[in-house]
Design a protein around this ligand. Sequence first.
Ligand SMILES: NC(=O)c1ccc[n+]([C@@H]2O[C@H](COP(=O)([O-])OP(=O)(O)OC[C@H]3O[C@@H](n4cnc5c(N)ncnc54)[C@H](O)[C@@H]3O)[C@@H](O)[C@H]2O)c1
Ligand SMILES: CC(C)CCC[C@@H](C)[C@H]1CC[C@H]2C3=C(CC[C@]12C)[C@@]1(C)CC[C@H](O)[C@@H](C(=O)O)[C@@H]1CC3
Length: 345
Amino acid sequence: MATRIRPSSKRCAVIGGSGFLGRHLVEKLLDKGYTVSVFDIRQSYELPGVTFHLGDLCDKQALLTALQDVSLVFHCASPAPASDDKALFQRVNIQGTQTVLQACTEAGVQKVVLTSSASVVFEGTDIKDGREDLPYAKKPIDYYTETKIEQEKLVLKACDKEKGLLTVAIRPHGIFGPRDPQLVPILVDTARRGKMKFIIGDGSNLVDFTFVDNVVHGHILAAESLRPESPICGKAYHITNDEPVRFWDFMSDILVGLGYAAPRYHLPYTLVYGLALLLWLLSLLLRPLVAFKPTFTPMRVALAGTHHFYSCSRAKQDMGYKPVVSLKDGIRCTVESYPHLRHGA
Ligand SMILES: NC(=O)c1ccc[n+]([C@@H]2O[C@H](COP(=O)([O-])OP(=O)(O)OC[C@H]3O[C@@H](n4cnc5c(N)ncnc54)[C@H](O)[C@@H]3O)[C@@H](O)[C@H]2O)c1
Ligand SMILES: CC(C)CCC[C@@H](C)[C@H]1CC[C@H]2C3=C(CC[C@]12C)[C@@]1(C)CC[C@H](O)[C@@H](C(=O)O)[C@@H]1CC3
């Protein structure tokens, strides 16, 4: 009788591996001796030792080709959070994740590590030291969050020791670092347009921002701890820098580091939130006539004006997680990586 050869545990695939987090993850996996395949709709770089498979994760056949002999899958693909294309989020994050799970089962993949988001419990109001047992947001603040919730539920439910598929979800928050396509670029663009003069609220709200290397470290720890007897099977884990910081201090450090002025004048939170809501409604109503995308969306205002920081004690206890780069070093490294975004560049 032919015996099925178990794929090497160091052979993995990164779905979404062309993205910001995905590429950092791929680089670290290579350093650690893994053989890596990337599955993505685009190829954004070339690296010796990485095989690229171009395809949409909603296409099971394309996935099956990429998952041959792979024992471990990292799923970190998603449409950009700033998009308001509901159908795209549902297709990629929900139906696509179902397809990924089916393909993993058919290909004999043993472990799936999902990149979820701490935002799955965020409803636009304060969260202080939030733990993983907080309920999912009943009124998610956007389609991105709504579909990330469904995606996480699907992946955690798929954990089945009998069938040999183990799953875990990592919930990072506010990832930043070199090559990040959204946080620093949007911040600098807003500053260049003269719109970063104001602090929303009293500026004392604490938030988690997580340096990308710490997020990568959390993913690899989870993958390496995922065994049938491990407590992490089928669970979600917050991964942060474990150093909550005032939202506006963090923004100011990045801005000042790049040569821009820090925001100084305070505006009341409810006023800015109300205006953002009004602008957002107007942009929806006028969409057939004019396309304009407000910078200060209700979601961004909520993120900028409330406390939202999370406990990572579950990750510390179950997988020995500890951040590997401090916030201060992460900010320095990030600022140095964007010479083209410096004031006057
Ligand atoms: N950036 C953050 O602050 C943050 C925080 C928490 C969680 N996350 C999660 O981390 C993951 C990675 O985020 P990122 O910031 O690196 O985003 P990113 O946009 O840089 O990367 C996402 C990648 O997914 C790919 N992709 C999108 N649709 C696809 C499809 N249909 N098929 C195959 N590939 C597809 C994109 O091409 C891209 O390369 C996402 O799941 C996101 O929800 C991000
Ligand atoms: C215009 C200013 C008020 C703010 C400019 C910076 C913002 C673009 C970022 C500040 C916090 C960021 C953030 C995200 C996107 C970029 C910001 C709004 C996420 C919503 C991206 C998706 C993740 O899953 C969220 C998470 O839970 O980590 C991010 C939360 C923080």
